[in-house]
Design a protein around this ligand. Structure first.
Ligand code: SF4
Length: 403
């Protein structure tokens, strides 16, 4: 069911409006610009257009916690609190209102961005906690019959959902399907043109936390590659292109942007397509994240009012070779069967029938040692695991794995 009257407000950014802002900045129509949780000098598709436009803005302020790609071009950096140090509120879904409460005192000499805005605007209430509280106490809580402490305790209040109105789809489904097919055909041009998909991977997402070495160390849940991005190609496709694993190739987009990256042979990658993870190739994030991999954001295009993450590219071998660090390689079963199987008759004879009996090679980083008393194990339900990688990071931290 699609409920248009009770929508989700997450990812509500507007690509067209941002492009409009860059155009206004380049025409000299913007007097001041503030950057909060954003870094377009790294992740905008046309960094040069953005930085040229930014140079025409008289007042440029960043709330970043470091002199990142955008903040380093600003006139001032007003360091924002970490989210764990912040007050706030949110309306992620229609009808659900929540409170953001700090869990620690500010560690560094920072100030919450919202409070900076209140101070600069010379607002009557400058303390952001007081501002949030008074907003709730005057506009929300009386109608709900609740007190501030009730919201602090529960963290969220839900109001009655809006009644869903009746909507009808007036467009021709055949026409819409035709548009999708022709857009897809335009990407699969054939010849030397290859469809490239750029995507956010699990560890790095948009690259905001690229300086967190634990995330660089966290392997991609499918390819198991750490500390790099790469061009993933299907085995047969790579064979056709005469490209081997870890060969370095130049990927060139129709806008002229190109990067040199190693190839990873990725079973499951669609034939005739390639993919590159976003979030790499930062230059001003810090010593762990700088110059790790290459930036794929400039391959993004702007079509029909939105950013498109698939485009056409050419792929040419450079003759170079670069071995990626993988914690596991594809098809390495260590002698285990893909599916354990046994007949019912065999099972009746031996309840462990079908299970491997230590015939695969065991690896151990440590010398054998006595294990008196309880032996603890961690069991993971692989049917429930989403591959988020949090357990890997937690294990690395707990065991002081250097990263
Ligand atoms: S076991 Fe849990 S924490 Fe680990 S990757 Fe799977 S879902 Fe994430």
């Amino acid at each position: 069911t699609i409920d248009l009257d009770n929508p989700c407000y997450l990812y509500a950014g507007n690509d067209a409006e941002f492009n409009g802002l860059v155009a206004e900045m380049s025409r000299g129509e913007v007097g001041a610009v503030f950057f909060l949780n954003s870094n377009p000098a790294y992740d905008f598709m046309n960094v040069k257009a953005f930085t040229d436009a930014l140079a025409k803005v008289p007042a440029k302020i960043s709330f970043s916690d470091r002199a990142d790609e955008t903040a380093s071009l600003c006139d001032a950096i007003a360091i924002n609190h970490n989210y764990l140090e912040s007050w706030g509120d949110a309306n992620a879904y229609e009808g659900y209102y929540s409170i953001v409460q700090p869990t620690i005192n500010p560690v560094f000499n920072s100030r919450q961005a919202e409070e900076s805005l209140l101070v600069w605007a010379d607002a009557p209430v400058k303390d952001y906690y007081q501002f949030v509280r008074s907003n709730w106490e005057t506009k929300m809580l009386p109608a709900l019959g609740l007190k501030w402490n009730d919201v602090l305790e529960k963290g969220v209040v839900a109001v009655t959902p809006k009644t869903a109105a009746a909507y009808s789809f007036t467009q021709s489904v055949v026409e819409v399907a035709g548009k999708i097919v022709s857009a897809s055909k335009a990407l699969a041009k054939g010849g030397d043109q290859i469809e490239l998909q750029v995507y956010e991977n699990i560890p790095m997402r948009d690259g905001k936390n690229a300086n967190n070495a634990f995330l660089q160390e966290l392997p991609d849940p499918v390819s198991k590659v750490t500390w790099d991005n790469y061009v993933a190609l299907a085995p047969k496709h790579a064979e056709k292109l005469k490209i081997k694993e870890f060969d370095v190739v130049t990927v060139k987009g129709s806008n002229g942007y190109s990067v040199d990256l190693p190839v990873l042979i990725q079973p499951g990658q669609s034939q005739g397509t390639a993919s590159i993870a976003l979030g790499y190739g930062r230059t001003k994030v810090g010593k762990a994240g700088n110059d790790v991999g290459k930036n794929a954001f400039p391959f993004v295009t702007f079509v029909n009012g939105t950013m498109q993450y698939a485009t056409n590219v050419t792929i040419t071998p450079t003759g170079g070779y670069y071995e990626l660090a993988q914690t596991q390689t594809h098809h390495s079963f260590e002698g285990r069967a893909v599916i354990k199987e046994a007949t019912f008759k065999e099972y009746l004879k031996d309840a462990s029938a079908g299970n491997h009996k230590g015939e695969h090679k065991d690896y151990d980083l440590w010398d054998q040692y006595e294990k008196p008393g309880n032996n603890w194990v961690m069991a993971i339900d692989l049917n429930a695991c989403t591959g988020c990688g949090s357990c890997i990071v937690a294990c690395n931290v707990e065991n002081n794995i250097p990263v």
